[in-house]
Design a protein around this ligand. Sequence first.
Ligand SMILES: [Fe+2]
Length: 398
Amino acid sequence: MKKFTDYTFQMNTEIVFGIGAEKKVAGLVQKYGGGKVMFVYGGDSIKNIGLYDTVTGALDEASIPFVELGGVLPNPRRSFVEKGLELAVFEKVDFLLAAGGGSPIDTAKTIGAGLAHGGDYWQFYKGAEPRATIPVGAIPTIAAAGSEASCGSVIVDDMETGRKCSFAHNLIRPVFALMNPELTYTVPPYQTGAGATDIFAHVCSRYFIDADCYLGDLYCESTMRAVVKYAPVAYVSPSDYEARAELMLAGAFAHNDLLNLGRYTKNRGGEHGLEKQLSGFYDTAHGAGLAVVMPAWLQYIVNNGSEAQAARVARLGIKVFDAPDTADLVNAANEGIRRFRAWLKSIGMPLTLKELGVPDTDIDGLAIRSLGGKDGVLQGFMPLDFKAVREIFSYSAS
Ligand SMILES: [Fe+2]
């Protein structure tokens, strides 16, 4: 059986990268047909770094009318999408411009898909495929989720189930991303670490697979090595341009499907499924939750997986964390996990549920929520049932 999978790759996002990239916003909005813009953002941080003034000034100067939708929260809420959608319909918006992290960008993607389907956006989070969308432009201010060039969106359903839900389709990829590493200088160390961990996790979900592509392995390992090298630099020196630039590049390309080529299968990763209900339920930073679950998940694979699965963990240790390449796979894998934890700690990440603020007594409930019920199974590199998920969370107990 061939292990190199077929693929279709259509990465439509025009990426403009460099100092001052955000100043090109008006021309790009016009290029992609924006007549009336909804400017979507979170809190005051874009005002503090001058981005708000740059964007609104550029739109005014080009006589592009816009309405604002500020106040998107981290772990963005469905109820906020509803509010934005109502405003967008009322204002006859035909372009969404999002500035900030993954939350405003995902909110804009969802509003865009809803606008193109008479307001019914939630169908896509239940599996329906969009036929059209309203274009979205992105100006990321943190290297993390990679939403600026990805086809995915994640929203917390605060109206019905309380679960964090996601949908992915090539149509919702932003039409442009203006990426200026200087805009990330004020990201606090903890969020810098959480963002880097999220980037690392996006590569893991393409590295731990049951397919094979030699070049893809090298893309994955190089991307992870860049994150491992530069995250600690940005953590201690927030205004280091090279470190911020490397992380921004890694963030966009870890999640824009380049790393999927020839290796995209259903049985991949698993770390996001394990983390999702942590940040969804406890409102913790997504990357910090990933820092808690990923080493535990890898340990579970080494302890319970096949020899080939344990060998993959060992390869991560050797190729990404320079663990000694010995004949004993389990030793190399365990040393890799040890180094992985040390790296996470060096960028301020929690390693236990307790450090994340989640009581160990919640493990059973957490496992059930992650599976959508006690009989559910999390698909991935290793399918995980209740017993497995419970065991993984118990590795993260204090
Ligand atoms: Fe993520």
